[in-house]
Design a protein around this ligand. Structure first.
Ligand code: ADP
Ligand code: MG
Length: 207
């Protein structure tokens, strides 16, 4: 039950963070996309909070799967199905598992595997995966070094921020930004930016 509460706190904190950063994310998306990433994420997570408010969940996997399904159904655009699949697979991987740094690491990998299965991005394509990939590596390294969950998530968030920053010079090869070709260079990727917010929020709340 304590775990269900902690993961619920994460989703609520994330919803607030995405709401507060909505204009910023949309501004990033206006440079290389269609100026809706902030609105998409905000709408999706407000819907997740509405679900949390009206339902109670017995297990972490039920909670996360419901969040994932809500994102898939409420958010148009690329990011809804991608983040929705992340939460669906992240939750599924935690079914019946004790919450430990190791099991959460496996679940993060499963979630990101879902993003790749849907989006087919590769490292350097200037997508959210450019934040997720270094985050997974940093998480594993932290766990191998004996970090607790909050420490490993903190390391993952820091690595995601570096990956986010490194998207700026890249030319997009996936998603709407790829339509701009070379002109997509010089702008930070919106999805890599929201992924960093997801992990920073997790590090704050899943102690
Ligand atoms: P849309 O591009 O449909 O308007 P959003 O603006 O909500 O959707 O999200 C855009 C973000 O989605 C991009 O910044 C990028 O990080 C991510 N993205 C787009 N396509 C892919 C993909 N194939 N794989 C991974 N991430 C992707
Ligand atoms: Mg967009």
């Amino acid at each position: 039950m304590a775990d269900v509460e902690a993961f619920g706190d994460w989703l609520r904190d994330l919803a607030k963070t995405l709401h507060d950063n909505s204009a910023y994310l949309t501004e990033l998306d206006s440079a290389i996309g269609d100026a809706d990433h902030g609105a998409n994420m905000d709408r999706g997570f407000q819907a997740v909070v509405a679900v949390l408010d009206e339902s109670s969940f017995e297990t972490v996997d039920e909670l996360l799967k419901k969040a994932g399904m809500t994102l898939v159904s409420k958010v148009g655009g690329a990011s809804g199905p991608l983040y929705g699949t992340f939460f669906l697979r992240f939750g599924t991987a935690l079914a019946g598992a004790e919450i430990t740094p190791a099991t959460v690491g496996e679940a993060l990998k499963a979630g990101v595997g879902g993003i790749l299965a849907r989006g087919k991005a590769e490292l350097g394509d200037k997508t959210m995966y450019d934040a997720w990939a270094p985050a997974l590596d940093a998480y594993d390294e932290a766990v191998a070094g004996g970090s607790d969950l909050a420490g490993a998530l903190g390391a993952a968030a820091e690595a995601a921020a570096k990956g986010r920053d490194a998207t700026t010079p890249l030319v997009a090869r996936k998603g709407r930004a790829s339509y701009l070709g070379e002109r997509s260079a010089g702008h930070q990727d919106p999805g890599a930016t929201s992924t960093t917010l997801v992990l920073e929020s997790a590090a704050r709340t899943l102690a």
